[in-house]
Write a protein that binds this ligand. Sequence first.
Ligand SMILES: C[S@@+](CC[C@H](N)C(=O)[O-])C[C@H]1O[C@@H](n2cnc3c(N)ncnc32)[C@H](O)[C@@H]1O
Length: 291
Amino acid sequence: MSSLDPYREANRDRWDETVPIHAASDFYGVDRFLAGASTLLQIDLDELGDVTAKSLLHLQCHFGLDTLSWARLGANVVGLDFAPSAVKTASEIAAQAGLTAEFVESELYASPEVLSDRLGSFDIVYVNLGALCWLPDIAGWARVCAGFLRDGGALYVRDVHPITQTLDDESSAGELRLRYPYFETAQPQHWVGGEDYADDSASLEHHDSYEWNHSLGEIVTAVIDAGMQIDFLHEQDWTVYRALPWLIETERGIWRLPQRDGQPDRRLPLMFSLRATRNATPPPPSAPPST
Ligand SMILES: C[S@@+](CC[C@H](N)C(=O)[O-])C[C@H]1O[C@@H](n2cnc3c(N)ncnc32)[C@H](O)[C@@H]1O
């Protein structure tokens, strides 16, 4: 972990600090989870399908509630995250819930080395909301995902739509003004602030965080170039948190742009979901004809 650049090191320290705050928050609802509630969205269940007896690797799993929700549905799960407190808390919650799961501490790009005995073995690699923006290199990320899948295995990603990340969140309500880069940049966006999305009252000691955006084209191309075939790419006009200050909660946990002229405002995608299947390894080149 010492080879981490200062950006990801700062991110890791900040995420590490958030875990106890998140685990105690109503936003994440550990009590509800322990009482039997799933934290998975219906869209993931519908789009990923039956996971019974499937091996599932959850990358950037945070403290594991989604990972463990898949375990409850019968998947054999491994969760991976680079924040030590996330992995520790996830393992504790698994024990409390009586669920079998393995949680591994690793930085994303180091994970093929850390989990080298599991390369090419997973039925599913699962990546969900708030994951890709912490990664500097989307092509490298896709290669990591493909490397863990068996032939025919599926990558499922549902994350913040990259166009949402470009918008000026200080513009007035409904004004969709571009402010931040759409395409991947070598230098990350630097954010400073002690606030936490899961708990308004929290004040974090680690103020700095660094994010990279990746365009939808860069994400799709990375997945294809890593040896996967796109099954679908969906864009949603809703999301599950207040991604922009003027979004409104239209149903519990569902946030959209406010109506315009009495009609739903569908000018902007807020999330996307993508499923891709790892191609079978091409057969070795045939032997040259004997002379
Ligand atoms: C927003 S959280 C993911 C939340 C998760 N989808 C959920 O709903 O709980 C992002 C997670 O990515 C992890 N993370 C960020 N950068 C990472 C990296 N480079 N390698 C591994 N994990 C990383 C953080 O520690 C954090 O737990």
